[in-house]
Write a protein that binds this ligand. Sequence first.
Ligand SMILES: *[C@@H]1O[C@H](CO)[C@@H](O)[C@H](O)[C@H]1NC(C)=O
Length: 261
Amino acid sequence: MKGVAVFVQVLCYLAVTYAWKCVEAPQQYPAAQIDAGQGMVVMTDQQNQAYFLSGSTWYKLGTVKLQHVSVGPAGIWGVDTLNKVYKYVAGDFVPSEGLAMKQVDAGGLGQVVGVSFTSSNNTYCLQSTIASSYSQDSSLYWNSLSSSMIYYSCGPLYGCWGTDSSDKIYVTQTFLPNTCEASGWLVVEGAARMVEVGTDGTVFVLNAGGDVYLRNSISSSTPQGSSWTRIPMCFTIKHITYDLGQLWVVTTGGIILKCSQ
Ligand SMILES: *[C@@H]1O[C@H](CO)[C@@H](O)[C@H](O)[C@H]1NC(C)=O
């Protein structure tokens, strides 16, 4: 992937902005999806293999083919190509019985949230005590969040964000990890396909056109923030994640870029 890397660097330097600068990240081409949390970075490639980053090398993570993987305070969780939910335990992914999910997110304060594999796309939450102690193939009890989303992501600080099938963006004002009680849903102006909440409460969205936006002025008193700032990218983006000052993006072509301010 040397050729691609050089190409990315040249293009990104031409498109450099005053605030955010992107460089090529270590590649595991072609990447499908990426998630960063707790200092770790995990991804899946287009063959549904999961990887984690150590130094500048991607290493295989477990032996199960996954379409989506997430890392956070709740550990490492993933979903296979049949939408079965797994947790990473003692070096490999352990399956769970119960609801099938399209996507799960481990970024909250110990709870896991997910979008169910049903035509209604109902969202569910796994209580933090259940998520942390889960260790062998058994049945998982998910609490319904009574909302329908396409993508759902939580952070430890200011609750959870989601996007629905009409690209509407939502945020919860309070979210209790122990009980999965979510309340005070607000609609946020704008339109997005996916939303990612960082450990520090930073929120990024990706719209249908592959553009990335940062939400400004999020705080405990205004968890919905106040405005959007576009982060110019030199490619069309299909997946984003953010942790500890680093924004990771996957281009529609499957190249990984790492951006920082
Ligand atoms: C459910 O999600 C799929 C995409 O994953 C979307 O095409 C469909 O419109 C959604 N349905 C509802 C009821 O939101």
